[in-house]
Design a protein around this ligand. Structure first.
Ligand SMILES: Cc1cc2nc3c(=O)[nH]c(=O)nc-3n(C[C@H](O)[C@H](O)[C@H](O)COP(=O)(O)O)c2cc1C
Length: 123
């Protein structure tokens, strides 16, 4: 499962391309299964507030983070939301993506998704 947040449509567009099970983050969303969180980056490298609140409630099921950002904001804050979530909740960074990304980004996410979630199912 991928729990995602999208403000201007880039993350949503990637989610549709991936074709993996997904759910949009809402204020009260409670997860009952493992997931990757997929977020955009706000402010100057910030985790969007709705994502931060969601993770406070659900981080125990979180297995990794994917972030979309815009490198025009500068190297030090590009997709920094992923670094913050990774450090705070001790989850791996699956991928940092420039805006809507490229086919190699989608392939990498699908590959990691299969690694993490198919292994869990088979154990
Ligand atoms: C107000 C604002 C602040 C942003 N700050 C950052 C930033 O600090 N670092 C970054 O990598 N991207 C930043 N971005 C870019 C977005 O994270 C990027 O466009 C992302 O693809 C948006 O995803 P969405 O269309 O799903 O909302 C910012 C965008 C906006 C509108």
């Amino acid at each position: 499962m991928i729990a995602f947040a999208s403000r201007t449509g880039n993350v949503r567009s990637i989610i549709h391309r991936l074709g993996l099970p997904n759910v949009e983050i809402t204020e009260d969303l409670m997860m009952t299964e493992p997931f990757f969180v997929f977020t955009y980056t706000d402010g100057l490298g910030d985790v969007p507030l709705i994502v931060e609140k969601f993770l406070q409630n659900n981080h125990s099921f979180c297995k990794g983070v994917i972030a979309s950002g815009n490198s025009n904001f500068g190297h030090s804050v590009f997709c920094k939301s992923a670094d913050t979530i990774s450090r705070k909740y001790h989850v791996p960074i699956i991928r940092k993506i420039e805006l809507r990304g490229f086919p190699r980004d989608y392939a990498a996410i699908v590959d990691q998704y299969q690694n993490v979630f198919e292994r869990e199912v088979s154990l």
